[in-house]
Write a protein that binds this ligand. Structure first.
Ligand SMILES: O=c1[nH]cnc2c1ncn2[C@@H]1O[C@H](CO)[C@@H](O)[C@H]1O
Ligand SMILES: [Zn+2]
Length: 396
């Protein structure tokens, strides 16, 4: 199988659009937190509160944690995940999946996840996890899904009780090195009326191409269901090409290596290869996760992260957390880093957020309602509050 990823030799060069004019001041951290945000790529087993990991380990007799002090544990996850390799980054999940093996633990972790996202100003999220990694204490796949769903609903209720509206859908992940993807795809399909909005594959990318799981993807397509594929993170264009053209992914988890198919000349003009042009033309959503990419070595710094160019070229780019525990991050923090690196304004934040909402796996009319009734009014309110605040500060 060879990939059609090379630059078209005679593809036209086009100038890179300059960054939009920055008439508005960059948003403050508080504005970023209050801005309504949408999160498409967040792992449930990568987002536990450190204190919860410690408590669950005690309750369940898990003695392998590197430390029982929550602050030290937070620092440990960040340092251990900051390895420059996806494989070593993934080793840290052994500790979180180890404590997520009872229905109560899964329900608690899921509910806290929703509370934490709501507190961060997330109004819609798709949170993923691999049910096959939570069976060690005897739960069935269905029991795992039911426990997590119950936790998500509980989290939504608790958030609403404290005045924060959030909606969360689950994505069921199959591990790409394992052989249960068809079963997990069937599980996702069976639960689509009860909170599971799609499917994903994750895990080490090199050596485990998405085409190993074609039967799962073909099943989901026949069922008119949705899926995203982790691709183009640790491995480059062939992985993205397979995910799209062989497997039919609706979105790309990361997809950041699409940058390898974009050539920027010294005069600033750009040329898209055929694959990059396809991704942009077809509006394929990219679930970009800046901090995670720095940790696994997929990007060197925020300022050099491909998201800057992809945003200017108007790819369907979205901003995501990947693993809030391993990256010690939140969606607001990801946006704060991007504001610092690229001078983004509230308009840019709204653009990323609308991109994400358009790319969600819930029905079109519900996405539209979120955009028109929640996201746009939320940003408009922030802008007018900002104007009002600044006018009051003008000298009289
Ligand atoms: O960035 C990533 N790339 C690939 N796999 C990942 C990433 N983050 C987490 N997981 C994997 O997905 C599983 C289910 O949530 C996690 O246990 C972890 O192994
Ligand atoms: Zn991921």
């Amino acid at each position: 199988m060879t990939s059609q990823t090379h630059q078209t030799p005679d593809a036209p060069r086009t100038p890179v659009p300059a960054p939009a004019s920055r008439s508005a001041a960059p948003p403050t951290e508080e504005q970023i937190r209050r801005a309504p945000k949408v999160l498409l790529h967040d792992h449930l087993d990568g987002g536990l509160r450190p204190a919860t990991v410690v408590e669950l380990a005690r309750e369940q007799g898990y003695s392998e944690l590197p430390t029982e002090d929550p602050d030290a544990l937070r620092a440990w996850f960040l340092a251990a995940a900051d390895s420059g390799s996806l494989e070593r980054y993934l080793e840290t999940f052994a500790h979180t999946t180890a404590v997520m093996r009872s229905a109560e633990a899964l329900r608690r972790v899921a509910a806290e996840c929703v509370e934490d996202l709501a507190e961060d100003g997330v109004v819609y999220a798709e949170v993923r996890y691999a049910p096959e990694q939570h069976l060690a204490a005897g739960l069935t796949l269905t029991e795992v899904v039911e426990a997590v769903n119950a936790g998500f609903r509980e989290g939504e209720r608790r958030a609403a009780a404290s005045g924060r509206r959030i909606r969360v859908g689950a994505l069921l992940t199959a591990m790409r090195h394992a052989a249960r993807s068809l079963e997990i795809a069937e599980l996702a399909n069976a639960h689509r009326e009860s909170g599971v909005v799609g499917f994903d594959i994750a895990g080490a990318e090199a050596g485990f191409p998405p085409t190993r799981h074609l039967d799962a993807f073909e099943f989901l397509k026949r069922e008119n269901n949705h899926f995203t594929i982790h691709a183009g993170e640790a491995f480059g264009l062939p992985s993205i090409w397979q995910a799209l053209q062989w497997c039919g992914a609706d979105r790309l988890g990361h997809g950041v290596r699409i940058i390898d198919d974009i050539e920027v000349a010294e005069d600033g003009s750009v040329r898209l290869g055929r694959l990059a042009a396809y991704v942009r033309d077809k509006r394929v959503p990219l679930e970009l996760c800046p901090t995670s990419n720095l940790q696994t070595g997929a990007a060197r710094s925020y300022a050099e992260h491909p998201i800057g160019l992809l945003r200017r070229l108007r790819f369907r780019a979205t901003v995501n957390t990947d693993n809030r525990l391993m990256s010690d991050t939140s969606l607001s923090r990801e946006f704060t880093h991007l504001v610092q690196a690229f001078g983004y304004t509230l308009d840019d934040l709204q653009w990323f957020t609308v991109n994400a909402m358009k790319s969600a796996f819930i029905p079109f009319d519900e996405r539209l309602a979120m955009i028109n009734d929640v996201i746009k009014p939320g940003y408009a309110a922030l802008r007018s509050a900002w104007l009002f605040h600044n006018e009051r500060e003008l000298p009289s």
